[in-house]
Write a protein that binds this ligand. Structure first.
Ligand code: ZN
Length: 267
């Protein structure tokens, strides 16, 4: 008797997944949170893939990042800030990257933080990652990647072992999963808008792209994914900034230098 229902759900799932513009999503808020928790748990328990440093041992570094996050989360530009318990993790590895998981989990590599010049630049990258979660990009990306059968398992609450297996695979590649070009532009746009509601220079996100261009580096972190050209992104960021009245802000460079000493040293 269940078969027709499953076939119907499968059809609906396929239609929804194929619909790029689907905003409300197939996975509910609670399912997104629960899946995010599962991914985060896999990340923090996979030291061979993600060397997450302890919050108690590096309290100063975490407090500094949480302060930046709380300033950004005050922005009226966010739609879903109250949905999640936003959580920051620091990964100690010399990698120029940051990434996010559904449910409000934000991950920053020490290599990226050591590379940046000031707090406004880090706030820009963080605002970009927050936008991927708040605009539901991270959830949509997972929905697209998921096999229909897995989504149905989630919806019906069946077959938890299949979901666990799937989550393990996703967690391993979480730091390198790519977003679409439009999602990257949208995350840049909202990174500027969120930061404009704080005392940061709203163009902090540009700082990273400028540095990369100057150094002619060819690395591709998540927020510099292969799709949009960094030069085009800088132009788009400037356009957004001008459209909201070119607000100024601060860099907090000396505070940032102090913060870097809280991180594990010796990279
Ligand atoms: Zn991005």
């Amino acid at each position: 008797m269940k078969k027709p229902i499953i076939i119907l759900i499968t059809l609906v799932s396929v239609i929804l997944i194929r619909c790029e513009k689907e905003k409300s999503g197939l996975i509910s808020k609670n399912q997104e949170i629960s899946f995010g928790e599962q991914l985060d748990s896999l990340v923090i328990n996979s030291p061979e893939d993600y060397n997450v440093i302890d919050e108690n041992e590096y309290h100063g570094a975490y407090a500094y990042l949480n302060n930046i996050m709380n300033k950004i989360l005050v922005s009226d530009g966010l739609n879903r800030k109250d949905y999640f318990e936003w959580t920051i993790r620091i990964i100690d590895e010399d990698v120029l990257n940051a990434f996010a998981a559904p449910g409000g989990y934000l991950y920053f590599y020490t290599g990226l933080m050591a590379y940046l010049d000031n707090e406004a630049q880090l706030a820009g990258v963080m605002a970009h990652e927050i936008a991927h979660v708040d605009r539901r990009h991270s959830a949509q990306r997972l929905e697209r990647e998921m096999a229909v059968s897995v989504i149905i398992s989630i919806i019906l609450g069946e077959n938890p072992s299949q979901l666990e297996e799937y989550a393990a695979g996703i967690a391993k590649g979480l730091s390198t999963l790519a977003y679409s070009r439009n999602q990257e532009y949208e995350a840049d746009e909202y990174a500027v808008k969120y930061a404009a509601d704080t005392d940061y220079d709203p163009r902090g996100i540009s700082g990273f792209f400028n540095k990369m261009e100057e150094a002619s580096q060819v690395r591709t972190p998540e927020f510099l994914s292969t799709h949009p050209d960094p030069g085009n992104r800088l132009d788009a960021i400037d356009e957004v900034w001008e459209s909201i009245g070119s607000p100024q802000g601060q860099d907090f460079e000396s505070e940032y230098a102090v913060f870097l000493e809280y991180l594990p040293q010796g990279q």
